[in-house]
Design a protein around this ligand. Structure first.
Ligand code: SF4
Ligand code: SF4
Length: 342
């Protein structure tokens, strides 16, 4: 880990160096909603993205795993005719929970049995620049999920904002790309002190331990938990899956466009009845009880078994967005309570 202190009055210039040669994505307000989006003007929007203490409405998931993605284009002879070239992108102002989410998504698409070259290539072209949250937002439970809201190393560069009368932004680097950027800052005279190694301890990050975990096997969870009661209010709208930074179910659609057959990949949701409907008519998850159970077990058990991570960062987005008032934190607490009482 290396660190460079950048004076407040040089932050815009430093960001200019950081984003040179990249498409820039940062949270910016459009129509009252804070959303990650492409920024063309390297001005106040970028500084706000770093200084802002608001969690964007959605995570930057779609820049790694787009909601709609053209996978293949075939001409009449069934030859693949186009290869999309991905932009190099720097995503600025990503909070620790969303860095955790991107870490989970990257593992799902790049590790294990099935590898997705499109997502892997896109990830290689992304520089991640994180920032912390000063305050916990309504519905957030990152602390219970063991995510430190103040700091994260799951990025190329993490920016600590000057608090109160502080004079400098601190840029921490955790990758070769991050180191390269810090060296650039130094060569352009943007660093307050020399670029230095700072073994800055982050006690809160080290002592943070996830309390919200489910420790039981699938059979126990299938049989001991009253999923029908838990899922009673769920309307199956799928909002929680689309808004979640780690959900990654998708479907394929083939369409004819200008005489060419185009295959798209689009987000899907395990909360929809047709998601698991077989061609035979059989559906292994026929009711919302099985579908909601799948959502919880996928996040807290299956992804952990397959990739070592729990696929819930505690960002609270599904809680804030659910029209039925479903609360995943309360549900997991309820499950933990049942298991404890056994
Ligand atoms: S957002 Fe709420 S109502 Fe909609 S599918 Fe998710 S849990 Fe069910
Ligand atoms: S399940 Fe809910 S709280 Fe957990 S990461 Fe997804 S949106 Fe955030």
């Amino acid at each position: 880990m290396r660190c460079a202190a950048i004076p407040k009055n040089k932050i815009k210039e430093a960001i200019g160096v950081l984003v040179k040669d990249y498409s820039v994505v940062a949270p910016a307000k459009r129509n009252g909603l804070l959303e990650f989006q492409k920024i063309t003007d390297i001005g106040d929007d970028i500084i706000k993205a770093i200084d802002n203490d608001e969690l964007p409405y959605k995570s930057p998931k779609e820049f790694l795993f787009p909601q709609l993605e053209k996978l293949m284009v075939f001409n009449n002879g069934c030859n693949l005719v186009e290869e999309e070239v991905e932009d190099k992108t720097v995503i600025i102002g990503v909070k620790p929970c969303d860095l955790e989410g991107l870490k989970v998504l990257t593992a799902v698409f790049s590790e294990g049995k099935y590898k997705d070259e499109k997502v892997i290539k896109r990830r290689e072209n992304i520089i991640l620049v994180g920032t912390g949250c000063r305050s916990k937002k309504p519905g957030c439970f990152c602390d219970e999920r063991g995510v430190d809201k103040n700091f994260s190393k799951d990025c190329d560069i993490f920016i600590e904002k000057p608090d109160g009368y502080g004079k400098n932004y601190e840029f921490y680097s955790f990758t070769d790309t991050g180191d390269y950027v810090l060296d650039k800052f130094a060569s352009k005279g943007l660093v307050a002190d020399a670029v230095m190694d700072i073994p800055k301890s982050k006690p809160e990050a080290e002592s943070q331990k996830a309390q919200l975990i489910i420790e039981a096997d699938e059979n126990t969870l299938f049989n001991k938990i009253d999923w029908g009661k838990i899922a009673e209010k769920c309307m199956g709208c799928g909002t929680c899956t689309y808004i979640c930074p780690t959900c990654h179910c998708f479907d394929f659609k083939d369409v004819l466009e200008d005489g060419k057959a185009v295959r798209y990949r689009c987000w899907d949701s395990c909360m929809y009845p047709k998601f698991t409907l077989h061609a035979s008519g059989h559906n292994p998850r026929p009711s919302k009880k099985e579908r909601y159970r799948q959502r919880i077990l996928h996040k807290y058990i299956y992804v952990k078994q397959n990739f070592g991570y729990i696929a819930c960062t505690g960002c609270g987005r599904c809680i804030r967005s659910c029209p039925a008032g479903m609360n995943i934190k309360s549900v997991v607490h309820e499950i933990m309570g049942v298991l404890k009482s056994e």
